[in-house]
Design a protein around this ligand. Structure first.
Ligand code: FES
Length: 102
């Protein structure tokens, strides 16, 4: 069952930008690419650096600490796709963005 959580208004996240989401039990990063909003875990798999402080280029999010890169659509670590950041479904409705963190 989908459990949607309101996280922000759509206008809060410009194209090509990231925003951190911190809720009880949740540490995530949202990114907008085109019309799509993606949500992934906010902690790098290497040493748990905050991904929000990294960079986003096209669909690649790069950790600020040691440069591990992930595909924001799938969460896959580019050098070893068996490793994945957790990803969360998102949806936009009536100008609001919702994420299913479960
Ligand atoms: S903590 Fe992210 S690459 Fe090292």
């Amino acid at each position: 069952m989908m459990n949607w959580t309101y996280v922000m208004d759509e206008t809060s996240l410009p194209e090509g930008k990231m925003i951190p989401v911190s809720l009880p039990g949740v540490n995530a990063v949202l990114a907008r690419i085109g019309h799509a909003v993606y949500a992934v875990s906010g902690k790098c798999l290497h040493k748990k650096c905050p991904m929000f402080n990294g960079t986003l280029e096209a669909y690649t999010i790069t950790c600020p600490c040691n440069g591990w890169q992930y595909d924001i659509r799938s969460g896959k670590f580019i050098d070893a796709p068996g490793l994945c950041l957790e990803i969360y479904p998102t949806k936009s409705e009536a100008g609001s963005v919702f994420v299913n963190f479960q």
